[in-house]
Design a protein around this ligand. Structure first.
Ligand SMILES: [Zn+2]
Length: 121
């Protein structure tokens, strides 16, 4: 996944047949089964559709816990998983809340709430 987020963009795929946008590569479109998938630049903003607070992180995130592991439905299509270091408790985030991709030197796809700076640490 090197290069996935380093330019501040999110890469995904779009089905040439039905137009489905997905953040996850597959051999065929999950909706129509077409194998004609092309690279597509995803929107960098969307809304939270699922999240959980992680208190016991992997090694890469050891200094960040607790933080939120989120599933974001991007504007224009595609769902992507990421994390939000600014969210440390369930009360800090609401389903449907607007977030945006925050480019970071840290691993993974980091999101921040709209209206907040993408400062880290
Ligand atoms: Zn399709």
């Amino acid at each position: 996944m090197k290069g996935y987020e380093e330019t501040g963009r999110l890469r995904g795929f779009r089905c040439r047949h039905c137009g489905l946008v997905t953040a996850t590569w597959g051999l065929a479109c999950s909706r129509c089964g077409s194998a004609e998938l092309e690279e597509h630049e995803l929107a960098t903003a969307g809304k939270v559709v699922a999240f959980t607070i992680l208190h016991v992180p992997g090694d890469e995130f050891l200094n960040e816990a607790p933080y939120a592991y989120v599933v974001v439905e991007l504007d224009g299509g595609g769902r992507i998983t990421g994390w939000m270091p600014s969210v440390r408790a369930e009360a800090d985030l609401t389903l449907g809340e607007r977030v945006h991709f925050a480019a970071s030197y840290k691993p993974g796809v980091q999101f921040a709430k709209d209206g907040t700076a993408s400062a880290s640490g």
